[in-house]
Design a protein around this ligand. Sequence first.
Ligand code: NAP
Ligand code: GDD
Length: 333
Amino acid sequence: MKALVTGITGQDGSYLAEFLLKKGYEVFGLIRRSSSFNTYRIDHLYKDPHERPKLKLIYADLTDGSNLHSVLNEINPDEVYNLGAQSHVRVSFDQPIYTANVDALGTLRVLEAIRSMKKSAKFYQASSSEMYGKVVETPQTEKTPFYPRSPYGCAKVYSFWQTVNYRQAYNLFACNGILFNHESPRRGETFVTRKITRAATRIKLGLQNKLYLGNLDAKRDWGFAGDYVEAMWLMMQQEKADDFVIATGQTYSVREFLDEVFGHLNLDWGKYVEIDPKYYRPTEVDLLLGDASKAKKILGWQPKIGFKELAKMMTDSDMKIAENERILKDHIK
Ligand code: NAP
Ligand code: GDD
């Protein structure tokens, strides 16, 4: 089986690549040209003599349709996982048009490329709980109407419906995973969980004094990325393409995440955290809480790692990074 993954250098892309390689897939990852290294999350796979022959990296970009068209027709994958995106909600307010180009039109470009293939591939779209935005009901299910609150959310709604429409209009196997927030030690450092675990561990070792944050009252349904990529694959193994909410069914505030992480390090976060209004969003998503009953019933999927374990996993991992930073700093002195 051949799988093509856009966004392979991102958090989810790296876990999904690991997962698919373990299942024996040949994995084709689309990467962007960058002036600095951007493959650090998958370097361990590339260096592994067992995995390396089955992992192929190809330059491509979701803004370049002709490039996607030729890559897909050349590789002829059985499954396409569209994880590539400008995925930062706050940044989408600064770059709304770029975000729409990548996160909305980018999806359409991939769908069009699939439609041009002789033997069409199955398609997975990385849809998001951010589409529920100013939620109209709690918990959110596959039937909850969308009410996006950011350029990112709007772009993801567009992609959601294009995916549904290509399924209905062209009979493509095209499914949406509506994933609620999921984190890991590989989470980008500007998302709130990782920003907190990086800062708290650095504060513990005297490498940093303050942590500047925005809205501490926002609540999210936080799961572990490693659990969530399995759900993506399960959706692609069904007889019929469909859309699924993937979530833990528990919600916690940013404040509670701070309690958990600083508490684990025996620190009082009140002494270190300051509010910087620049981290507030023009429109906020106050509460997300998913109901993944459909995924449990049809896919047999449920999360393995809960909130406390996730916070501890990320803190312990970042403590190792902070320790190395301190060794380096002492060495330079
Ligand atoms: P991430 O770590 O930010 O990774 C995004 C990936 O997209 C990176 O590989 C990035 O490449 C790539 N990318 C960005 N712009 C691109 C472009 N123009 N062309 C091609 N690739 C591009 O995101 P993630 O957390 O793994 O999330 C994966 C997907 O799931 C995203 O679509 C995200 O919107 C969606 N999602 C995430 C969550 C979550 O909580 N993590 C929840 C719901 C949905 P570089 O490495 O070169 O930047
Ligand atoms: N990033 C960030 N930085 N967020 C902060 C900060 C801060 O300093 N302070 C408070 N927050 C609040 C945000 O206002 C938001 O309410 C919450 O923390 C979570 O922010 P993020 O971690 O940036 O994630 P997100 O929920 O906006 O978006 C993530 O999850 C979506 C799924 O619901 C991203 O991964 C999206 O790509 C994904 O679709």
